[in-house]
Design a protein around this ligand. Structure first.
Ligand code: SF4
Length: 61
């Protein structure tokens, strides 16, 4: 995945997560996701949206 901050990491064969401590909320990952599985949402207490993971592309479903 094309995160310029390197915050996206793989948990399983088709499962990924984001280290929100380093996410800038730029939205590049959501725009580039090949399965359109990243939604940008406002994190509590933040003014910029951050990606949310764990959708249809994850192994957990
Ligand atoms: S929104 Fe966050 S995780 Fe996504 S590309 Fe930007 S810095 Fe990386």
């Amino acid at each position: 995945m094309g995160c310029p901050e390197g915050t996206i990491y793989q948990l399983g064969k088709k499962r990924f997560d984001v280290n929100l401590d380093y996410c800038k909320g730029c939205g590049i990952c959501a725009n580039e996701c090949p399965v359109d599985d990243i939604d940008m949402v406002l994190e509590a207490g933040c003014e910029e949206p951050v990606p949310s993971g764990g959708g249809k592309g994850s192994d957990s479903k």
